[in-house]
Design a protein around this ligand. Structure first.
Ligand code: HEM
Ligand SMILES: *[C@@H]1O[C@H](CO)[C@@H](O)[C@H](O)[C@H]1NC(C)=O
Ligand SMILES: *[C@@H]1O[C@H](CO)[C@@H](O)[C@H](O)[C@H]1NC(C)=O
Length: 214
């Protein structure tokens, strides 16, 4: 029964956001190939699709840039990705909308309390691959600094091949000052995890393709 329901969610997702969990997506708009993860937060099939593109040929334990594309229902308050699959002690990537415009925010939490701004990462939102309609909004951003961070005295890395465990969180409530990337937020209603495939997210011409994005 549960399987039947789950199958329904995936079918609904394919029909709406066009981004199935685990799928490889070749995006004609940005010219990059992404792998997709999906944070389901409602039994109706509503969820946040996360697409990741990275450079090819990166050695393990080496920092690399990441292009992230988010597709979210217009109804979300805020959404977030935790790059190493836990709320605590890793870069947190938050996003919401201010009117029609995407706002992204870099944060960090040392415990299960409100994350604070984190300057170890920078996000650049492109006009390319960023748009919305009556049901969904999407944006594309370059992240510098997401693939490596320091936890106490230990430097940690995302691996450029294989699966990296990531976490997502969702709140139906908007940040109180949506125009500001340091706005206060209230706690999530739902969080979840998946292993994101980085192997198939590798792009041979990553730097040149990214340099062309507006
Ligand atoms: C106002 C902001 C936030 C507050 C007050 C907050 C608070 C909490 C609390 C109290 C828990 C423990 C829940 C439990 O054990 O049942 C938790 C868990 C969690 N939170 Fe948050 N959170 C916030 C923002 C975020 C953000 C931005 C993310 C990014 C994805 C996030 C991801 C998670 C995850 C993945 C868990 C599961 C446990 C873990 O992996 O550490 N949270 N949060
Ligand atoms: C609405 O926009 C989203 C995000 O760009 C897209 O995936 C979806 O196909 C669009 N829906 C329609 C009906 O055009
Ligand atoms: C907010 O945006 C500014 C300008 O892009 C940036 O320097 C700052 O790091 C951002 N802060 C957060 C918390 O994301």
């Amino acid at each position: 029964m549960l399987w039947t329901l789950w199958f329904g969610f995936v079918a609904a997702l394919l029909g709406t956001a066009g981004a199935a969990d685990g799928a490889v997506y070749q995006d004609p708009e940005t010219g990059l190939t992404y792998t997709t993860g999906f944070g389901l937060y409602k039994s109706s099939g509503d969820g946040i699709a996360v697409r990741i593109a990275i450079p090819s040929g990166v050695e393990s334990y080496t920092p690399f840039d990441i292009v992230i594309q988010i597709i979210a229902p217009v109804t979300i308050g805020w959404g977030a990705l935790a790059w190493s699959g836990s709320m605590v002690k890793n870069p947190l990537f938050l996003f919401w909308r201010n009117g029609q415009n995407p706002v992204v925010s870099s944060r960090w939490a040392n415990g299960h309390t409100t994350p604070t701004p984190y300057s170890g990462v920078s996000y650049t939102v492109f006009k390319t691959g960023t748009r919305s309609n009556s049901t969904h909004w999407q944006f594309t951003a370059l992240c510098k600094g997401c693939s490596s961070w320091t936890d106490g005295s230990t430097t940690r890395y995302l691996q450029p091949r294989g699966g990296n465990r990531v976490a997502f969180a969702y709140s139906p409530n908007k940040p109180s000052s949506p125009a500001s990337n340091t706005s206060a937020i209230t706690v999530h209603e739902v969080h979840g995890y998946w292993s994101h495939d980085f192997t198939s997210a590798a792009n041979t011409n990553f730097e040149n393709t990214v340099a062309r994005l507006q």
